[in-house]
Design a protein around this ligand. Structure first.
Ligand SMILES: [Zn+2]
Ligand SMILES: [Zn+2]
Length: 177
């Protein structure tokens, strides 16, 4: 995604502490095979020169299409996701020579053309920000466990399931009368 690519050659040549900020906007986003985004992505990024590379932080706003864990319908979930990641160069910005690979997993590479690509960092942070249980709305009534009717549309006419222990209690009560 073109708008998530930033050339940082000048920043890598600058003093530690120098920063560069950018707004970005991407019309058509496909972050992940499993999460569908609807509409554009907007964001803000700040990149700061550190001793070894860049400290990159910011936020993105996007809308995801998720399925409700209760009623199984698809719904739109607007998200505001912040991120903070380290990016290290893979080649020396002055000489163009390859640098020793870094072994930390959580570091993102700045490519050989001195570009920061935010796509993967945003994808990971959006996935982390997703709730474990996604529901279309707080009071979603879900589906009837017997007939599968969407209870948000009204009752279905099934008799409520009686808990086995309760029915034993009912029998006891009936015997007493
Ligand atoms: Zn629902
Ligand atoms: Zn039902």
């Amino acid at each position: 995604m073109e708008s998530l690519l930033f050339n940082v050659a000048q920043l890598l040549k600058a003093r530690v502490g120098t920063s560069l900020v950018n707004d970005f906007h991407e019309e058509d986003i496909q972050l992940d095979d499993d999460i569908k985004a609807i509409g554009p992505l907007d964001g803000y990024v700040r990149m700061r020169r550190t001793n070894q590379g860049l400290l990159v932080d910011g936020w993105v706003e996007l809308t995801l299409e998720l399925s409700c864990n209760r009623c199984l319908k698809m719904f739109e979930q607007p998200m505001h996701v912040t991120f903070e990641e380290q990016f290290y160069p893979t080649v020396d910005v002055v000489s163009g020579l390859p640098l020793a690979p870094f072994d930390e997993d959580e570091i993102f590479p700045i490519d050989e053309r001195h570009q920061v690509d935010l796509t993967e960092a945003i994808r990971q942070n959006v996935l982390l920000a997703l709730p474990m249980v996604t529901i279309c709305r707080e009071d979603c009534k879900g589906l009837c466990p017997q007939c599968g009717h969407d209870l948000n549309l009204g009752p279905c006419g099934c008799k409520p399931e009686v808990d086995a222990r309760l029915s034993v209690l009912n029998k006891l009560l009936q015997n007493e009368t």
